[in-house]
Ligand binder design. Structure first.
Ligand code: C2O
Ligand code: CU
Length: 509
């Protein structure tokens, strides 16, 4: 239950953010009444005269400083990387006026939001690309509640790599099932800057059904770094045109430039984690604290799941909570190979302990409890089927011998076979990975239930909009009841794989 106190606090926070946004201080961690505010600037959604929440976004090229001395050419929404956090109430009508000041076309996709099809932002399918100098107006009802995000869907691999991504937080209309005293949104991203040591690409998946806890950490950490790099960078797995990633950021900054998270002892703190990376799975750990996973891709679980670390595939979101009861200065960091050194670290500072020496997460990997899909049980929030269920299989393959071609049932988009559904019809999709890399598969327009991993049924379904299918014969079964009419992309969220053809259409009539 949300208490009046938490509601009051969050209202006060919202008011203050409006004021601070005007003063142009939004990118700093602001202090008010001793409480630090979000390091991500919020795009304050004003009410237009017709009562609709209105946000103005402008895409433009900027010089962005990832860390002192690491300045790169990036693309930004409203001049910042990641773009401004948009925060609205569930059920509200939202209007986003996008002006494109880039020298090339763009579009915006509202990831995880049940938008009407023409608002989905897929160029050439749901809208014409927004050309340089043009304006496009997106309008939709904000639902479902949860940690959503928005990003470019135009030539994904370049524009997404260059920074066009941002949080979209839809506050629940009903009291939040997991109330909190303080929250931070953390967007994780990978960068190919040319400054720094190349990081190995991610091949393992996060489902964790295979070998349980150990499989993935063994895959990521068990081998020596040097060996891993030779294997991965040798061109055997990575396609010839895969960018060479060397920098990891949290909210657009690489450690030590990341903005510290401040907490007060006794507070319940929510972290909204968003993986905006093109290529990398991250394994997030907070030194000195276990965290409780409360939401998967924005959707609430029945009860929190306590873990030591949260693996996250590209495009996945996890909300986690912890109680701040270990005063000191701790590091939140990624356990992926080389990621922490490449910048993926941020300080968690208890008030009154500023300046103390930070403690990093331990190196031990074998006895950690890792999040995986089998651990969570979602609240049932999907419409029930009104018709019979059909089952189909999608075999994911490609990337052999360094090829950039990625296929579904042997075909590359646009030659893949669309999945035709009528509204109310339920479909079970068996995803089978015959390739050597994991594929985070994302469905536009609505969420789905994850029913089985690697041949074993989940005790209860998990509600998500992106699901990572493990490499080397990984198998995931999902199901959904067709609810949102239109033509929807269903694709791998690694932009190189999407551009290589790993897309199919789901058409709902
Ligand atoms: Cu978040 Cu089609 O993408
Ligand atoms: Cu893929």
């Amino acid at each position: 239950m949300e208490t009046p106190i938490t509601r009051e606090r969050s209202l006060a926070r919202r008011e203050f953010l409006k004021a601070s946004g005007r003063a142009g201080l939004g990118a700093l961690a602001l202090m008010v009444g001793g409480s630090a505010l979000l390091p991500v600037q919020r795009a304050v959604a004003q009410y237009a005269p017709d009562g609709i929440r209105e946000v103005h976004l402008e895409t433009r090229e900027v010089l962005w400083e990832l860390a002192p001395g690491k300045r790169i050419k990036a693309m930004a929404y409203n001049g910042q990387v990641p773009g401004p956090e948009i925060r609205v109430q569930e059920g509200e009508r939202v209007r986003v006026v996008l002006t494109n000041a880039l020298a090339e076309p763009t579009t915006v996709h509202w990831h995880g939001v049940e938008v009407p099809n023409p608002m989905d932002g897929v160029p050439g399918l749901t809208q014409q690309p927004v050309r340089p100098g043009e304006t496009f107006v997106y309008e939709f009802e904000a639902r479902p509640a949860g940690t959503r995000w928005y990003h470019t869907h135009f030539q994904g691999h370049r524009q997404l790599d260059l920074g066009l991504a941002a949080p979209l937080i839809i506050a629940p209309a009903q009291p939040d099932p997991f109330p909190f005293d303080r929250e931070y949104t953390l967007i994780l991203d990978d960068w190919a800057t040319g400054f720094g040591r190349p990081l190995p690409s991610t091949r393992e998946g996060t489902a964790g059904g295979r070998g349980g806890i150990g499989g993935m950490m063994r895959g990521m950490m068990g081998r020596g770094m040097g060996q891993m790099m030779c294997e991965d960078m040798g061109g055997m797995m990575a396609g010839a045109h895969t960018p060479v990633y060397d920098t990891m950021t949290i909210n657009g900054k690489a450690y030590p430039a990341t903005v510290p998270l401040t907490v007060r002892q006794g507070e319940r703190v929510r972290l909204r984690l968003i993986n905006a990376s093109a290529e990398h799975t991250h394994v997030i750990r907070l030194a000195g604290h276990r965290v409780q996973v409360t939401h998967t891709d924005g959707n609430p679980l029945i009860r929190p799941v306590e873990v030591d670390a949260v693996p996250m595939a590209p495009s996945e979101r996890y909300d986690v909570q912890f109680v701040a009861e270990r005063p000191g200065v701790w590091l939140l960091a990624c356990a992926g190979p080389g990621h922490a050194d490449a910048g993926e670290r941020v300080l968690l500072v208890y008030e009154g302990h500023e300046g103390e020496k930070p403690v990093a997460p331990g190196e031990e990997a074998s006895d950690l409890r890792l999040w995986h899909y089998r651990l969570g049980h979602s609240r049932e929030t999907l419409p029930r089927p009104a018709r019979q269920e059909q089952t189909l299989t999608l075999t994911l393959s490609g990337g052999m011998m360094g090829s950039d071609a990625w296929t579904i049932n042997g075909k590359q988009y646009p030659r893949t076979d669309p999945i035709h559904l009528r509204k109310g019809e339920r479909v079970r999709v068996q995803l089978r990975n015959h390739s050597m890399e994991a594929h985070p598969m994302h469905l536009h327009g609505q969420s789905f239930q994850v029913l089985a991993i690697n041949g074993q049924a989940l005790a209860q379904p998990l509600l998500k909009d992106s699901v990572d299918v493990e490499a080397h014969m990984g198998a995931v079964d999902i199901a959904f009841t067709a609810a949102n009419p239109g033509d929807w992309f269903f694709h791998c969220h690694k932009p190189m794989h999407m551009e290589g053809g790993m897309i199919t259409l789901v058409t709902i009539a």
